[in-house]
Design a protein around this ligand. Sequence first.
Ligand code: ZN
Length: 227
Amino acid sequence: MARSLIRQCAEWFRGLLRLFYPPACVVCDTPLVRGECFICTHCLSEFPYAEGAFSVELENNSAECYVLFHYNKQSRYRKLVYAVKYHSGKELGYYLGGLLGKRLKRVEEIDAVVPVPLHPRKKRKRGYNQSRQIAAGVAEALGKPLWDDVAVKIRHTPSQTGKNATDRRKNVENVFHLCAPERIRGCRLLVVDDVITTGATLSSFLHTLSEAGDVYLTVACLGRTEL
Ligand SMILES: [Zn+2]
């Protein structure tokens, strides 16, 4: 009885908040209307969807990578990438993962969706792993299982910005630990990351997964930064 009263009060309070502070479009800041979620209809109609895939180079081979949208420093859609990491973008990540999953018609053959792990310290600080949120949205849209416990990040990596290719590779060596190699052996996995900048961390994670043997990897992410 008391619990339902608290719930009712919370609902009423949320309604009141929405009245004074209606949620705004993450891209253009216009207040959203009923039926819109995170992005207004106008911004969604102009969404800069990316077509096709590019290759991520690995030590011995490469993996196909699908990107949700194109953006550069001037693009107003760049805000989405930032908002997923900060501003409590937990639900936004899931929503964008859903958009990404719906466009991944060519990877329906996969066995599971695997997010790039975040270091526990960073996860504690942020409260969530943004790649896992995106991966959960992708998994839901594809109707595939989410495997978020096959590997862990065991070493915190300092920023890759300003480092040359050799230093970047050194910086991400032995960063991940594979917890369940036997589980992923022989599987087709879709690895999900938020944004690819240098690709060094992602490449290191793919290398760790491939150590299980006989693993087929494809990658999907929200965007790729122009360096
Ligand atoms: Zn908008």
